[in-house]
Design a protein around this ligand. Structure first.
Ligand SMILES: [Zn+2]
Length: 282
């Protein structure tokens, strides 16, 4: 699942390539819109909203796309070879004189009236990278169901829009709580929400979802993807597990020393790993 900063970057890239240009070709390869003809329309803008991409055309039309797990948009110069995947994976093509945007493996390709966008994105919480970012409202929504595990509440796009699993795990670490901690137990939800915004803001123009400030490979995250490796803060081995009920469960990572709260028994969760105990003196 892409994080909001990745979607922001895709939108910026598409906007730069398409905005202000008239479409010289347009092809939506989904049954509902296969006959839609957008040729000749000017692209007004490409805007991210949480993890949704909204490409707006003159005449009051919007193309809504979502990348989900492995969708992507690529932009090619005239004559350049398309390399994003086999032809059968192409879901949308938007061509202008300057270049062509090709959407691969997009699970959502939907043409709607711009006036109806609320139907698509109206349920979303405050957008961490949006012009209308509202931290007070984000906290209010997060705490509306205080018994939910923090990681789950952070991932719920109705609370705040833009957080994927990398940031959800990293935010639990910086808050010093395990992913299973009830969101109502967070010591400073306002600070957590602010950290979330800072993380996405810092990464919206670069790849990697870097949360530690260290861009070296292997040092970019506190706990995410670092099972068995030392916690950067206390050197206790980071632990991996699953949170939630299948099939909607997710990978979680945490430091059993730095993060307080409920968690599966570390020694039984990772048999044979060992070394996950607390450092001496605590
Ligand atoms: Zn630690």
């Amino acid at each position: 699942m892409p994080e909001g900063d990745s979607v922001y970057r895709v939108a910026a890239h598409l906007h730069e390539a398409l905005a202000g240009q008239a479409l010289t070709s347009a092809d939506l390869r989904v049954p509902a819109h296969a006959t839609a003809d957008l040729t000749g329309r000017r692209v007004l803008e490409v805007a991210p909203r949480g993890k949704h991409l909204l490409t707006r055309f003159e005449g009051g039309l919007t193309l809504h796309t979502h990348l989900r797990m492995d969708g992507r948009w690529e932009v090619y110069r005239p004559g350049e070879r398309w390399t994003g995947g086999p032809d059968r994976q192409i879901r949308a093509v938007l061509g202008t004189d300057r270049g062509t945007a090709v959407g691969y493996r997009l699970p959502v390709v939907e043409l709607l009236r711009t006036a109806d966008e609320r139907r698509i994105v109206g349920h979303l919480g405050p957008d961490l990278l949006g012009p209308d970012w509202d931290p007070v409202e984000a906290v209010r929504r997060l705490l509306a169901r205080p018994g939910r595990p923090v990681v789950e509440a952070l991932l719920d796009q109705r609370n705040l829009a833009g957080i994927g699993n990398v940031y959800a795990n990293e935010l639990c670490f910086v808050a010093g709580v395990t992913p299973w901690t009830e969101v109502g137990e967070l010591p400073h939800p306002d600070r957590l929400v602010e950290r979330a915004r800072q993380m996405l803001e810092a990464n919206k123009l670069r790849p990697g979802h870097i949360t530690t400030g260290d861009t070296r490979p292997g040092y970019q995250h506190w706990v995410y993807g670092r099972a068995g490796r030392p916690c950067p803060r206390c050197v206790t081995p980071v632990v991996a597990g699953r949170q939630g009920a299948p099939p909607r469960d997710r990978a979680v990572f945490w430091c059993p020393y730095c993060q307080r709260g409920p968690a599966p028994d570390v020694t039984t969760a990772r048999p044979g790993r060992g070394g996950a105990g607390r450092p001496p003196g605590r």
